[in-house]
Ligand binder design. Sequence first.
Ligand SMILES: [Zn+2]
Length: 455
Amino acid sequence: MEKDLLNLDEFEVISLEENDNGDYLFNVKPKSPTMVCPECGSVSVVNNGTYNRLARDLNCYEHKVGINIMGNRHKCRDCGITFCDTYKSIETNAKVTVRLKTKICELATKRPFLQIAEEYGITMPTVKRIFMEYVEAEEKKRVLYSPTVLGIDEAHLNKTMRGVIIDVKARRVIELLDTRSKNRVMEYFNSLPNSDKIKIVTMDMWRPYAEAVYECLPNAKIVIDRFHVVKALNVALDNVRKSITSEISGRGSRANVRNLRYLLLSNFEDLNPDQAQELDDMLDRNETLNKAYTLKEGLRNIYLCKTRKEAENLYKSWVKEIPDDLSEFQTVRKMVDNWHTEIFNFFDCEGYTNGITECLNNLIKIIERYGRGYNFEVLRAKIMFTTSATKPAKYAFKKSTAKRASGPTNDSYGFSIGGMMPDITYQEYKESKVLEIGSGVDMDELATILDMGEF
Ligand SMILES: [Zn+2]
């Protein structure tokens, strides 16, 4: 019988209507009205009229489904309140059934809200509200923590720069901030438990980040990653190239210009012998470009230094090499001077930041590409909570050195592994649980998921 299509056994289907659009409406009654007072638990309740509710349910084949629940209102004789029937399959005040809600949460991570709204005959705000409720629940499960090495960078989303926070060692995104203002970043740092555990903060040269770190995290050292310094060098070199391109690329085809740019901005060690020769010929023909190129590679070489002292000395001689009229590199010098401490901290903290900044940069590009048109709140929720890249907190169990007295005692729960008596009590075991790493999103997995468009 068609009525059985509903398949919610707490309801008796009275009738099924189909409108011109082919939408189904099931008129139903609860099989067993609620006869216990939710306030005082009394069973002395009397009928107090009817209470109809309309809800959306999962589609039935191609038909949208509405349920008209013809329920009852009751009055408690003991405490005097009136109340309505409650149901397993639909929460009080909900506009959709529990199973549709579950379905919406599942779909909302992969498809636009509007599409889901249209498919189920509900409004977009309803889809969004259901999704955000789910997010709120996930948010509560999240374990915040302070990583030893924290990375902070930015992503351009919805016309605004947003802060991206990562755990450098664990390669996890741990937060996306709606703005990268000093106040917002400070608020974030202050929300972290045990923030004195943060020893190193890696970042780009963005003063508000640095100020927030110095004010909130006195134990942390700021490190400007090599990646950002080299990026600034490449920008300077490229500006020099642009200013003299007409001079050097006589025939000046677009391909030539692109090739020149590629040769200049690549790391020298990454060029093949032919390319190196080509670059060499070109630099031979233009003295300014040659000087600029030498300066770029020269400052890059500082990163081969083993100690801070060595690097600082090399930098001093590098500065002397900059011609006064090469303003692009005078700008780089000013930048390095402004961030001297933080840039050279790199040499005291080597190994902590290696490679991660570049990887993060690629991830941010993917997020920016993907996130176009998304409201930030929703995008953050999707990234933080809805993919398999999201990982729960991990705990470590310290091995107690205190050997248990022989034989089971009252304070022991006597749990055993392979028949061996454990050497710690249950209480000790519970207390030894130490948070190793909090919740976060695996950067590499997230990049793969986004790249495949499975989002
Ligand atoms: Zn009552």
